[in-house]
Design a protein around this ligand. Structure first.
Ligand code: ADP
Length: 749
């Protein structure tokens, strides 16, 4: 009976698998059907096997022994051929899923192949039945031998060969999940056939086929796994389609933005020309429509970035009151001549310097205020900023309340979903995409904040946002300027100072500031030029050396200078990287001192006093910062977000400020194409240098949002974040173009 041990245990676990398999919901695929046939086949084979062993050993000489043994061999051949067909099916089907019979475009082809297998099986059965088969039985052991057995083992051998060829030809398509078990079956079955044909008395084949059938259940055929795979596949496909849609939208938006910028630019230029009033009106309509379109495109880009988790929150230190002031003036311009009163309350305990994403906070508030303006015909809009301070965190509670059309209760739950717009009949003339609030909510959540809305239909709405920002213990002045010191009449008429900077505006500004000290000034626009001057034997009492220059940085230049024998001149690092720890870094690099850009007069004064010898000439009185009494009306600049007062503070007077505006305009003509080029070839380090230069210029001119954006690009360039640069480049250029148009208009006056 021991020879029946494998068969009985095989029967037991196959029955178990059968029980589980039939009890589960399955996909109706061809492989499933073949697998069912395999399980049933293996059960019958086991029963026949046991019956033949029983008859051969117990009832020796019974006339049923021979037919039972032949039936057993036929069953073995049927199993192995079915399994071969199964291997063929799973290796031929695409890797990406289980196609149901109804959806299987290759179904007829597979059925044809099945028919061929069936024919081969019939022929093999016929031959096994005709040729002689001998049964050995000694009362303990039994086995079959002779032509019938040889043919059965040969068919098994051919089938295994077929498996091997099939698996190797299709292994890429099968994927490792199917490939590995099938490969294991090949090895197992080959060993079993070799053992069985060499030692026919070890009855292994049936139990191995039962084992393989069960193993297949756990590795390939488990209906649960198949269902999960199918679900995952469907999910993956849906996500892929969604991604493709978002990518398409964002690519389109990118493509649209470039020509749109040209339209806006040319329309602005046309507006400045002397054209008939009628045409001017038309151009103004073009401008308005283009700007609306630009807003839509920007909205789509933002939402696609948010959906792709690509929107980055870029935190910097910012002047909180200036942010609120900027927003206020922008919204005033949007209100235009609508009979709306803008009431603003800013909590006076709001810390002056906060740390957060200035650009995105501005976007959130402007979105809410713009909606309030759009959906309110008369009455007031209240913009309120409250603060709750806890330790180093300041919670900004920003609310925007209006007396507009309000939102119905049932619409409130859909308010923050993209593309949702309400009251379309009432808002027929109001432009919008339904993206603003979806973007706003995502931005608030990206900053770990909260947004809530209260609204009474027909009366008005109130949106409240709470965002935490870190408090920077600095005053507004300290953000950019070092602490003040007493002024005196220090001059150094006998000293010679070399200023090295690749940025023309920086050179001009520094020269202008040094002029008051009566020093002799020389300029160099690169590290190499500076080295050449020293090698030519020029002597200076002080060198102001910009660090971030193309080709050779200030730090590299300094290393070269230090190698020149006899070089003793003090060198001051000039840099816009005004972050803590920078001074220590530059001093460690060998600089004598450090000056942050935009250069503050007081800092410069201290440096000059420390390194230059005082002379006795009387100091020419410093021109007081000029008040806006000149011909041009600087309120035009102020209305457009230029912090002129700050600019004049840095640049000494309005005249220098205006000169710098002009220089900035000129510089931009070459800077923009260069930035475009660096961006397109992915030269991020040079891109960062130009963004850095732009930041520095923008700071001098009081263009805070441009300086902020340029800084983000400079950092992205330095960190080689090509994707950020590509995604946000247009935004930067738009901001720049907008400012350039205002400067052009201003300088023309
Ligand atoms: P858009 O204003 O471009 O349509 P939003 O996402 O900003 O898109 O707003 C979605 C919708 O919510 C608007 O179409 C409008 O119907 C409603 N809504 C938003 N803000 C207000 C508001 N302050 N008053 C009344 N309705 C508003």
């Amino acid at each position: 009976m021991s020879s029946l041990f494998f068969q009985i245990s095989g029967l037991f676990y196959t029955a178990l698998i059968m029980f589980i398999y039939f009890g589960k919901k399955k996909l109706n695929t061809l492989e499933n059907r073949i697998y069912i046939a395999l399980v049933v086949d293996v059960m019958i084979t086991l029963l026949v096997d046991m019956a033949s062993v029983y008859v051969a050993i117990i009832d020796k000489g019974n006339f049923l022994v021979n037919p039972l043994c032949k039936l057993y061999l036929v069953m073995i051949v049927s199993w192995i051929m079915l399994f071969t067909y199964y291997v063929f099916l799973i290796s031929s089907k695409r890797n990406e899923g289980h196609v149901t019979i109804q959806d299987d475009s290759n179904y007829h082809y597979f059925m044809k192949v099945f028919f061929i297998f069936l024919c081969c099986f019939m022929i093999a059965t016929l031959i096994i039945w005709i040729v002689p088969l001998y049964v050995y039985s000694d009362g303990k052991l039994m086995y079959t031998y002779g032509p019938g057995a040889t043919i059965s083992y040969s068919v098994a051998g051919v089938c295994i060969l077929f498996w091997i060829i099939n698996v190797f030809m299709n292994y890429r398509r099968m994927g490792s999940k199917k490939y590995l078990p099938v490969f294991a079956f090949i090895v197992l079955a080959t060993i079993a056939i070799i053992i069985q044909s060499t030692w026919p008395n070890i009855l292994l084949v049936t139990s191995v086929s039962a084992f393989i059938t069960c193993l297949t259940f756990f590795t390939i055929e488990n209906p649960d796994i198949k269902m999960i795979e199918q679900l995952n596949l469907a999910k993956e496909q849906a996500e892929k389609a969604n991604r493709a849609k978002t990518d398409f939208l964002s690519n389109m938006s990118h493509e649209i933005r470039t020509p749109l910028n040209a339209i806006v630019g040319f329309s602005q230029a046309l507006m400045e020309e002397d054209i008939p009033a009628q045409s001017k009106e038309e151009v103004s309509d073009i401008l308005m429509s283009s700007n609306n379109l630009l807003e839509i495109v920007n909205g789509i880009l933002d939402i696609s970035k948010i959906e792709a988790n690509k929107l980055e929150i870029v935190n910097t230190e910012y002047d909180s009151y200036r942010l609120m002031k900027d927003i206020q003036s922008l919204i005033n311009a949007r209100i235009g001549d609508k009979p709306l009163e803008l009431r603003t309350y800013i909590d006076s305990s709001m810390p002056p310097v906060l740390y957060g994403d200035y650009v995105r906070i501005k976007q959130i508030i402007i979105n809410l205020l713009t909606n309030a303006v759009k959906y309110t015909q008369k009455g007031f809009i209240e913009f309120k900023v409250d603060t709750v301070i806890q330790g180093e965190i300041c919670r900004l509670i920003i609310s925007v309340e209006d007396t507009g059309i309000g939102i119905k209760q049932e619409d409130i739950s859909k308010l923050f979903q993209k593309f949702e717009r309400f009251e379309l009949e009432k808002n027929i003339t109001t432009e919008g995409t339904g993206l603003g609030l979806a973007i706003t909510k995502s931005l608030v959540e990206l900053m770990n904040g909260k947004i809530v809305v209260q609204s009474v239909y027909g009366k008005g709405s109130k949106f409240t946002v709470a965002i935490d920002q870190r408090i920077i213990p600095k005053t507004k002045e300290e953000l950019e300027i070092a602490p003040e010191e007493e002024e005196d009449n220090f001059v150094a008429a006998n000293s010679k100072v070399l200023i090295v900077d690749d940025n023309k505006i920086n050179l001009k500004v520094a020269s202008r500031l040094l002029k008051d000290y009566l020093v002799t000034i020389e300029l160099a626009s690169s590290g190499q030029e500076c080295i050449d001057k020293i090698l030519d034997g020029n002597h200076y009492d002080l060198i102001l050396l910009d660090d971030m220059m193309p080709k050779m940085t200030g730090t590299q230049t300094l290393q070269h200078l230090k190698n020149i024998i006899g070089f003793q001149t003090p060198v001051i690092a000039l840099t816009a990287n005004a972050i803590t720890g920078m001074k220590e870094k530059y001093i460690k690099d060998g600089f004598n001192d450090y000056l942050a850009k935009p250069i503050d007069r007081k800092d410069l004064h201290n440096i000059l006093k420390k390194y230059l010898k005082e002379s006795n000439e009387p100091k020419t009185p410093q021109e007081e910062p000029t008040s806006p009494t000149l011909t041009r009306d600087i309120s035009y600049l102020k209305e457009n977000g230029f912090d002129v007062d700050h600019g004049i503070e840095l640049l000494n007077d309005l005249e220098t400020y205006e000169m710098t505006l002009n220089d900035f305009l000129e510089e931009s003509k070459t800077r923009i194409p260069k930035m475009e080029e660096y961006k397109s070839v992915g030269d991020m380090s040079n891109y960062a240098i130009l963004a850095h230069a732009m930041k520095s210029d923008a700071k001098y001119l009081g263009l805070n949002s441009l300086a902020e954006l340029s800084y983000q690009h400079e950092m992205a360039g330095k960190e080689n974040r090509v994707e950020f640069v590509n995604d946000n480049y247009q935004q930067l250029i738009e901001e720049l173009n907008q400012k350039l148009a205002i400067i052009k208009e201003y300088l023309k006056k």
